[in-house]
Design a protein around this ligand. Structure first.
Ligand code: ZN
Length: 439
């Protein structure tokens, strides 16, 4: 990657520590424990939290078992960490009991079909389930988020590659706000949206579009949490039909930053620091469009977020005081450790992120580069692998109920099928007593 990412670093020292403005306490799951009188508790305990924690333990035990069986070298390499897919399934199964969002409590668990059966599909070496409810939450669900990120990443990668091949300039801009611990996520996110609107609206922007030959932008919002509280920020790719010089890029981005900072001050936030924002040209030789797409979509939504380190909750002790953590890390901590601060953060996250866009395109840019109509997050998440003809077996209603009790079996079944074929699938189903029928 030809660019640094210092936007993940919060440059400000902690200022004031205030109580989170968490108000919407759901009646079940983790939220039930955060009612009046319980706020000072450092550990939370509930039936839902206990079930969620047990599910995480299933995955950890399976990973440890795999590591034990593996030869030493492989053992060293996988370090008993679950694979990315396992981690996503693991965290999603925790949401079934602790999420305040109804759709996330059903995702990948409830069956859509009246028969109660779940299809097992395989195509081109990939295995998947069919007939399940999906939540489509890009912010809260690790499984849907990864799927949405993969699609968005390809689209962004396509646009960047096509733009570069046509001799257009692609500029990556990261804009950050200054924030303090205790500031409400809703306020910061609204401010971020307001600032971006100011940057890309009004006469100044129209003048810049003309002067710099701008064709449009794609904007990704990322939110992390750190020592200085919520850290929402914007990454955007600007595309110009011209070959912009370095000084032109500086002029364009400095002016954007000035509007950004002025709006932030107008909204009552402290003046953003210019060194906490950055911009640079994306070049064809240094980075492919695909890697930029990955960075914008997957980095923001899933890949960086579900990294190796988040399965190691103790490693947070070693983290630098200025570093921020992804919301998946917060979820893991909320569920596994039951730490009240993490629980409150997660529930505030669920409440505030709902309905907000992660990636937005300026009008006409997708059409200009031929990436077609944009599907919604829900549509992407609901897409199933292959078609009906690719279904090789059905898990019965009773079989699926037993898998829901042991969600660690879900990614394990897909792994078995992908690596060992139909024979391995049959062995897996019978060894784990899962009722099924051939398709
Ligand atoms: Zn989901």
């Amino acid at each position: 990657m030809p660019f640094s990412h210092h936007a993940r670093q919060c440059p400000e020292p902690t200022a004031s520590v205030r109580e989170c403005d968490f108000t919407g306490s759901p009646t079940e799951g983790l939220g039930a424990l955060l009612g009046a009188g319980k706020r000072s508790a450092t550990q939370v305990e509930s039936e839902g939290a206990r079930r969620a924690r047990e599910r995480l333990a299933q995955f950890d035990a399976a990973a440890a078992e795999t590591a034990e069986k593996s030869p030493p070298l492989e053992n060293y390499a996988n370090n008993s960490s679950p694979s990315p897919r396992n981690r996503r399934y693991m965290l999603r199964s925790a949401l079934w009991d602790v999420s305040s969002l109804k759709r996330c409590r059903s995702c990948g668990k409830h069956v859509r079909e009246a028969s109660g059966e779940v299809g097992i599909r395989v195509t081109e070496g990939h295995a998947g389930f069919a007939g399940l409810v999906t939540c489509g939450s890009v912010w809260v669900c690790p499984v849907c988020s990864a799927k949405i990120a993969a699609t968005r990443s390809v689209e962004i990668g396509c646009v960047v590659a096509r733009a570069l091949s046509e001799g257009c300039s692609v500029v990556m801009v990261t804009l950050t706000l200054r924030h303090d611990r205790g500031q409400a996520l809703g306020l910061l996110w609204d401010s971020l949206a307001g600032c971006w609107k100011r940057v890309t609206g009004g006469k100044s922007w129209v003048r810049q579009v003309e002067r710099f030959g701008l064709l449009g932008f794609v904007r990704a919002t990322e939110v992390t949490h750190g020592q200085n509280g919520w850290h929402p920020h914007v990454h955007a790719l600007l595309i110009s039909e011209r070959d912009l010089s370095s000084s032109e890029v500086d002029e364009l981005c400095t002016s954007m930053w000035e509007r950004w900072a002025s709006k932030a001050r107008g909204l009552g936030l402290r003046s953003p620091l210019m060194q906490a924002s950055e911009w640079h040209r994306v070049t064809a030789d240094g980075s492919s469009g695909t890697s930029i797409g990955d960075y914008l979509a997957k980095g923001v939504l899933a890949a960086g977020a579900i990294g190796m380190e988040l399965t190691q909750t103790q490693s947070k002790v070693a983290r630098s005081v200025h570093s921020t953590r992804s919301m998946w890390e917060v979820l893991r901590e909320a569920v596994e450790v039951g730490e009240a601060g993490a629980v409150r953060l997660w529930l505030e996250w669920e409440r505030v992120s709902k309905g907000r866009r992660s990636i937005a395109w300026s009008r006409g840019l997708r059409e200009r580069f031929g990436v077609g109509l944009e599907k919604s997050d829900e549509e992407i998440a609901a897409e199933e692998l292959g078609g009906r003809d690719d279904t090789i077996a059905f898990i019965t209603r009773a079989g699926w109920a037993s898998m829901v009790r042991r969600p660690v079996l879900m990614p394990a079944l897909l792994d078995a099928l992908e690596s060992g074929g139909i024979g391995a699938l049959h062995t897996f189903l019978s060894e784990n007593n899962i009722e099924w029928r051939p398709a």
